[in-house]
Design a protein around this ligand. Structure first.
Ligand code: ADP
Length: 734
């Protein structure tokens, strides 16, 4: 698992890693290189030491040859004769450190002359006469007449390793004894601490810094490099262990004598030198790493700084604190990130504003509904939301409904159980439902509510009811009224058809009553006495009244049933008005009333239902006469706006202002105070107005009680055509 850490730490770690990895590689390579280079260097300088040693020995071996060179062509006798070897040779020896002594031997190997180093304190003369013929080298040289080198031996005079060079002259030999230590003068660098060792052809050291070792005469041919050179090689180097110590050695052949010049140094100090150098390298690397780590901290801080700033800014944005994004970074990517954040903030801001606006709009919409939206959490049994309209529409603050029970308490007691059950059932079946119930407002008023409820599952699997309570009181009331109206309509229709049938059925017997009444009155059936005539007159008047009533009722029913048809004829209305007035003239005269008729002399042609116009005129004229006691009646005809207008003015009893419209209502005949109520049917005016309206006009009234009345009857000059006319000149009005 990755533990989360700061960006700064991440950078810091990577920087350190980036520095340490190459450092580590450099370290390993350096350590290996240093080791290789140093050991190569040590080996090659050791080689050089061995070569120098060998060269040195070789040069020393040349010294005796040079010394004896002047004498080679002479016999020992001649040499003795020409110079005093005692003195001359001593000078040579003293000037040549390698040479310990010089001997001049005759052919028999007898010492004829000798010279020794002065420091030995010996006289050469002491050696004269000594027989050296048994010396192997001397014998060999005398025999072969060739120069010969002796093995190394310990000088009887100095006790040091020495060797002899025997050179034959024309007669006799010269023996040059050499001190080995003087020949092996080393020029090996101190710091390498190499030891010079000289080994003879048998593998036995003839020179070794430690005399005790030398005295032991160990055979060192077992050392591989020594063996390699003795077996014919010229130079060999390598590490080996000898007498418990590890050495690095270089072995070089010494020409002429077949020796080995060995430069050896203990490996330990060399290795320590190498290790020391490696330690130095490692130390330097550690220093560099520490330095890198120290620098990584401020570097990472500097690198992480802008990222921290941007992150802090993003945090602010997340909390809704919109500032402006940090800018001024030098890095292109950070600039891009900064401006992207800036744009993002703008976009977020805009979206937030849009969101707020749409939330406002949504809230406005929800709250301006003439209904109460609500949301109920079934599991928690609490209302999550109740629209504020609850207060206005039902008189309950939204907070009142906390749970189902508090809601149920506001319901009409009869609806409570059903409403609660409906909610619970709906939830159980996961279905939506509409329920109707009554809410009792705090002021006691009852409001009908239709609750449109739907069931929703929320994200956590809980159940939520969401609904809208709609006030349906008005539509409930309207429905109730509609039912009542429908019932009333049905009743009215029944009444209409009953009246129509009854009227029809009444007319037939009534006509025969009137017919026989009139026959009796006209005495066609025999004589009638006065009393019988009076009673017969009452029968006929009552019969006529009843017939008029029946006819009016029939007309009214026809009109109401929409069955009254306007039959269109062309006629002169002036003529009609005059003739109708004529009919009323005798009655007016009887009552002592004047009758003034004003119609255009030229007449006025109209196209409408003549019979109906006449019916209206007669009704108005007879009323005018009937309800006027003194004065008279004026009837005038003129036109207004394509309408004929007949104005009937009387000077009669007039009508109470409050009753002006009532006279147009059916069966509202007021009659005259004191009149026989049977005098009128109370249907004349209502029928007249309806007929006038059928003909595109009206009957209106103005009256002053006690002064008189004016009725104005208008109708269209040409009857309005019906919607379904189809050419037929018949109109009907419902
Ligand atoms: P009726 O058959 O009773 O006359 P109408 O419908 O013609 O029935 O008249 C209704 C009532 O209007 C009358 O009873 C009367 O009271 C009143 N009325 C009608 N015409 C006049 C008028 N010219 N002057 C006074 N009252 C009138």
């Amino acid at each position: 698992m990755w533990r989360s850490h700061s960006f700064r730490t991440a950078i810091s770690r990577r920087l350190v890693l980036a520095a340490l990895l190459p450092l580590l590689v450099v370290a390993v390579v350096s350590v290996i290189l240093v080791r290789g280079m140093l050991s190569d260097q040590i080996v090659s300088s050791n080689d050089l030491s061995a070569i120098a040693l060998a060269t040195q020995i070789e040069q020393s071996l040349e010294v005796p040859k040079a010394v004896v060179a002047p004498y080679l062509g002479q016999s020992y006798q001649e040499i003795l004769d020409t110079e005093d070897p005692g003195q001359h040779w001593r000078d040579i020896i003293d000037g040549t450190p390698e040479i310990e002594s010089l001997l001049l031997l005759d052919d028999a190997g007898i010492v004829q002359a000798a010279a020794l180093e002065t420091r030995t304190g010996m006289q050469g003369a002491w050696f004269v006469g000594l027989d050296r013929s048994r010396d192997r080298t001397v014998a060999s040289s005398l025999a072969t007449r060739k120069p010969a080198w002796s093995d190394v031996y310990l000088s009887p005079m100095t006790g040091e390793p020495a060797l002899s060079y025997v050179v034959p002259v024309r007669a006799g030999v010269i023996v040059v004894n050499l001190t080995l230590s003087e020949m092996v003068v080393f020029d090996i660098p101190e710091e390498l601490s190499a030891l010079p060792v000289v080994i003879d052809g048998n593998g036995v050291p003839i020179f070794y810094p430690d005399e005790i070792v030398l005295a032991q005469r160990p055979n060192v041919r077992s050392i591989a490099i020594v063996d390699a050179v003795l077996s014919g090689g010229t130079l060999a180097h390598g590490r080996y262990t000898w007498q418990g110590t590890e050495y690095l050695g270089s072995a070089r052949v010494v020409g002429q004598v077949g020796w080995v010049a060995l430069a050896m140094q203990p490996w330990k100090p060399a290795r320590e030198t190498i290790l020391g150098s490696q330690y130095v390298v490692v130390l330097l690397i550690i220093l560099a790493a520490t330095f890198a780590m120290t620098l990584a901290e401020p570097f990472s801080k500097r690198l992480a700084q802008p990222v921290s700033e941007l992150a802090a800014y993003a945090d602010h944005v997340a909390r809704g604190e919109y500032g402006s994004a940090p800018t001024g970074f030098r890095e292109v990517e950070l600039q891009r990130l900064g401006s992207a954040l800036h744009d993002m903030t703008d976009a977020v801001k805009r979206r937030e504003q849009d969101l707020a606006a749409s939330a406002r709009q949504y809230r406005f919409l929800v709250e301006s509904l003439q209904a109460i939206p609500w949301e109920y959490d079934m599991d928690a049994d609490r209302f999550v939301y109740v629209g504020p309209q609850a207060e206005r529409l039902l008189g309950y603050a939204p907070e009142v409904w906390t749970d189902l029970d508090s809601w149920a308490q506001t319901l009409h007691v009869e609806d409570r159980d059903a409403a609660v059950n409906a909610c619970v059932m709906a939830t159980g079946h996961g279905g939506d439902h509409n329920i109707e119930y009554r809410v009792v407002r705090p002021d006691g008023k009852v409001v009908w509510i239709e609750d449109v409820v739907s069931v929703h599952a929320d994200e956590s699997g809980g159940v939520r009811l969401v609904g809208v309570m709609i006030d349906i009181t008005e539509s409930k009331e309207a429905a109730r009224l509609r039912v009542a109206a429908e019932a009333a309509d049905a009743a009215s229709n029944a009444k209409s058809s009953f009246l129509a049938n009854m009227s029809h059925e009444l007319r037939t017997p009534l006509n025969s009553i009137l017919g026989f009444g009139n026959i009796l009155l006209s005495r066609l059936a025999g004589p009638v006495n006065d009393e019988q005539e009076r009673q017969l007159g009452m029968i006929v008047r009552s019969g006529n009244h009843l017939l008029a009533l029946v006819n009016d009722v029939l007309d009214l029913e026809k009109i109401e049933a929409g069955a009254m048809l306007v039959e269109v004829d062309e006629f002169d209305i002036a003529e009609l008005v005059s003739s109708a007035a004529e009919i009323m003239a005798p009655m007016a005269k009887d009552r002592g009333l004047s009758l003034d008729i004003r119609v255009p002399e030229a007449g006025l042609l109209v196209r409408t239902d003549e019979d109906r116009v006449r019916q209206v005129l007669l009704n108005l004229f007879s009323n005018a006469v009937k309800f006027t006691d003194t004065g008279g009646v004026t009837i005038a005809l003129d036109t207004v706006n394509d309408h004929a207008r007949i104005t009937v003015t009387d000077t009669g009893v007039g009508i109470l202002k409050s009753r002006l419209e009532e006279v147009f209502d059916e069966f509202k005949s007021m009659g005259r105070p004191g009149d026989n109520p049977q005098g009128g049917t109370g249907l004349g005016l209502p029928i007249s107005r309806r007929l006038a309206r059928l003909m595109g006009g009206d009957v209106t009234l103005s009256s002053v009680e006690g002064t008189g009345s004016t009725f104005v009857f208008t109708f269209a000059l040409t009857a309005p055509s019906s919607d379904d006319g189809g050419g037929a000149e018949v109109v009907s009005v419902h």
